[in-house]
Write a protein that binds this ligand. Structure first.
Ligand SMILES: [Zn+2]
Length: 336
């Protein structure tokens, strides 16, 4: 009678069991040293032999059944835990993880905008080699071996007569030499190298070179091109002024100032209270440069503009240290 009651009790216990902790408690309560079934087995010694045999068989059968129920319950509980985890990780309504997207570097962005503006004016984008022959980088640009301009540029020599180009101007020579007939309107964006490093200079930086060759190209065309460029890039109200300067490959040469886009010429911190900001250098292509390139300087004339892309980007974005552009700090680059 005792065993029958215990069987019923055990059966309902296992069927209601909901966690592995409960299951363990049930097992100990039945089969442990002080478990209910163990207690019954201990009392068997007091029974008559006939009775003992019968109870023994029944008790053993119950023990086997209990062990089977434990196993069943383990499988069932394991399954339900697994379902729980699977159910959570398979929430298909959750949004996916987005990979971080890169963007175009602020210097490249600035260069592309300038090239776009020039493109609208008819200037075709061209490229030239960064490792350049002395002839294209200096000699053809009216800078003979003893010329002091070579000193100013602190050139990196790769081999005798071979340099890392110090300016994008050699592309002028290459474009003119390839020229079949006028007009020629090209713009070249690229890296240049000089032995120079501080907050506003980097040993590697970027320039954009603009060249226009045609019949009757005048200083007025140059000023018009510069004004349009400044207005598209900085401010609709921008004005430019030209100051006499010197470059070996242009004559006359000029430094270009733009009216300050921060104060419109009134004077502010940005323009150091002058109302003007220096932006680039330019000039009319020197007749002897045209001659080297095989262009008739009696019939044709042209202008050239050279600008530092870093300088343009620093002005546009208010960046005070050129090195920020090359440190690849994502917190800086992410702002553009
Ligand atoms: Zn200003």
């Amino acid at each position: 009678m005792q065993l029958k009651r215990l069987r019923k009790e055990a059966q309902s216990g296992f069927s209601q069991c909901k966690s592995s902790e409960q299951l363990e408690a049930l097992r100990v309560g039945l089969l442990g040293k002080k478990g209910k079934l163990s207690e019954i087995l201990k009392q068997m010694g007091t029974l008559e032999p006939e009775e003992r045999k019968k109870v023994g068989q029944e008790a053993n059968a119950l023990k086997q059944d209990i062990e089977a129920w434990i196993e069943e319950s383990r499988v069932r509980l394991g399954q339900s835990t697994k379902n729980k985890i699977l159910g959570q990780s398979l929430d298909i309504t959750l949004p996916g993880k987005k990979p971080a997207l890169g963007a175009i570097h602020p210097l490249t962005q600035t260069a592309y905008e300038i090239l776009d503006i020039l493109g609208d004016m008819g200037f075709e984008s061209v490229r030239g080699p960064e490792i350049e022959h002395d002839f294209y980088n200096f000699e053809a640009l009216n800078i003979p071996p003893e010329h002091p301009a070579r000193e100013m540029q602190d050139t990196f020599y790769v081999a005798p007569e071979v340099v890392l180009r110090t300016q994008t101007s050699p592309v002028q020579i290459r474009a003119m030499m390839a020229l079949q007939e006028v007009p020629l309107r090209v713009a070249c964006f690229g890296k240049v190298y000089r032995h120079d490093q501080d907050a506003t200079h980097s040993p590697m930086f970027h320039q954009i070179e603009v060249l226009c060759i045609d019949q009757d190209v005048s200083f007025a065309d140059l000023k018009g091109t510069l004004t349009l460029l400044a207005r598209k890039l900085f401010s609709e109200k921008a004005r430019v002024r030209l100051r006499p300067s010197f470059f070996p490959f242009t004559e006359p040469s000029a430094e270009v100032d733009m009216s300050c886009f921060g104060c419109d010429g009134a004077g502010c911190r940005l323009c150091k209270n002058t109302g003007w900001i220096e932006i680039l250098g330019c000039g009319m292509v020197h007749p002897s440069v045209l001659k080297v390139a095989g262009i008739d300087s009696e019939k044709n004339s042209g202008f050239a503009i050279g600008m530092g892309v870093e300088r343009m980007a620093m002005l546009r974005y208010g960046v005070s240290d050129i090195r920020l552009f090359f440190e690849n700090d994502i917190r800086f680059l992410g702002q553009f």
